[in-house]
Design a protein around this ligand. Structure first.
Ligand SMILES: [Zn+2]
Length: 421
């Protein structure tokens, strides 16, 4: 099947992928070109040889510091049938519960307030507000995932967030007291319209919390396996400040979090009072410039390092196989798809990948249709070595695997370089 590039004309108005989606500048340089890869979360119901692949090329805007993939696969293709459930990780559940507790105890909520979460997934976060009597609305376009959230009693709108939807929400409910947008801005092709939507719903008392893995961690932490088609944008503090200012919002504070291997929590408010801006904003932008985040030659060096990591992983797999080891993977996450497709492994290199999610078990991961099995089946198949792909929760997974598999099985992680856990 010929490689197929779906048209993105509806949201970029025919200008192609060579302009910055945050500042509309045209001075973009190559950050990392991963070639043609399948869509990372598109797990197949059967083993097939020919699958759709799309170019995956990270480019950096030298004017505002946004990272973005140059070619865009339509969100309808990626997100309508989505298999990532936030509730699958106890780390994420705890992170969400801690955030809600922290906000509620800070005393920002009054009677009649409501909270909007964009990309509310399976209700992993909003469910914490319900026992407190705070009204919540979730926006979650993946209908299969939204259904789980609705069953928890969470009012969930199964649409993509946009300025149009924001106007409808405002007309029906007024300004929310808080808008939460965790790990969603990366998933939005039309970043400008998304931020316009935030502005529509941002009243004088509204606080907006945006969490997103940071571009600087992709560079410094060698987290290239977080680059995949569903991540259209890779945020830097500088880029967030720019896109906010273009849309009447102000970035007032940035918190650095350890979740997802290093995320930033950006606090936004409506613009107007320069005294409300915390020193963290300027400090982080200075740090981004100091580490060369917006410098082309740094990214050229980065590309060479990524190549070396991939080569080493492939050599490791071949050597282990020659020694007769039974190698399995754990975590059929998008990260696994990116790295396995980059190295183009032979089908026999990894026997299967285990995953807790019932949504994923029984399916197959491209390129060669690696089986996705349950953790129980993994125990039954008696592996000698297990590669944990979601390195951001590797210790949580390692604890679970040790309980199931004992201490003789060797556990590994390929990022930032091949190492035993
Ligand atoms: Zn830009």
């Amino acid at each position: 099947m010929a490689h197929k590039i779906e048209s993105a004309q509806s949201f970029i108005e025919g200008r192609g992928g060579n302009f910055c989606r945050a500042c509309e500048g045209t001075d973009l340089f190559s950050g990392l070109n991963l070639g043609n890869l399948p869509i990372a979360n598109e797990l197949l119901p059967m083993q097939v040889r020919d699958i759709d692949k799309f170019p995956l090329h990270l480019k950096i805007c030298s004017e505002c510091g946004l990272g973005q993939v140059a070619d865009v696969v339509t969100p309808e293709r990626i997100f309508r049938d989505y298999r990532y459930l936030s509730s699958m990780s106890s780390t994420f559940l705890q992170h969400a519960a801690d955030f809600v507790n922290q906000q509620v105890h800070s005393g920002v909520f009054e009677s009649g307030d409501w909270v909007l979460e964009i990309a509310s997934n399976d209700g992993y976060l909003l469910k914490n507000f319900i026992p407190l009597g705070i009204k919540v609305i979730g926006v979650e376009p993946a209908e299969n995932v939204a259904e789980i959230s609705k069953n928890l009693g969470i009012q969930t709108i199964s649409e993509f967030f946009s300025s149009k939807l924001a106007i409808q929400l405002f007309e029906s409910y007024g300004y929310p007291k808080m808008i939460i947008a965790n790990n969603v801005m990366a998933h939005v092709p039309d970043l400008m319209d998304f931020v316009k939507g935030l502005r529509v719903l941002c009243g004088p008392q509204t606080r907006i919390s945006v969490e997103n893995p940071s571009l600087s961690n992709i560079l410094v932490g060698m987290q290239f396996d977080t680059i995949y088609h569903e991540h259209y944008s890779y945020l830097s503090t500088f880029a967030v400040q720019n896109i906010c200012q273009l849309n009447g919002l102000e970035l007032i504070k940035v918190e650095q979090l350890t979740i997802h291997g290093g995320s930033n929590r950006y606090w936004l408010k409506s613009s107007g009072d320069p005294n409300q801006i915390d020193a963290s904003v300027g400090n982080l932008i200075k740090h981004e410039i100091d580490i060369g985040l917006f410098t082309e030659k740094n990214w050229k060096l980065y590309s060479l390092n990524v190549n070396e990591i991939l080569m080493n992983f492939l050599i490791w797999l071949r050597t282990k196989k020659e020694l007769g080891m039974k190698i399995y993977g754990y975590g059929a996450a998008a990260k696994a798809s990116t790295i396995l497709n980059c190295i183009q492994i032979d089908p026999e290199h990894i026997s299967a990948i285990a995953d807790l999610s019932l949504e994923k078990q029984g399916r197959f991961m491209p390129p060669h249709g690696i089986r996705i099995i349950s953790p129980d089946e993994l125990v039954f198949e008696n592996p000698t070595d297990v590669v944990i792909f979601p390195w951001n929760i590797k210790f949580e997974i390692a604890r679970q695997l040790r309980m199931r598999l004992g201490f003789e099985v060797r556990l590994w992680c390929a990022i930032p370089e091949m190492h035993e856990i």
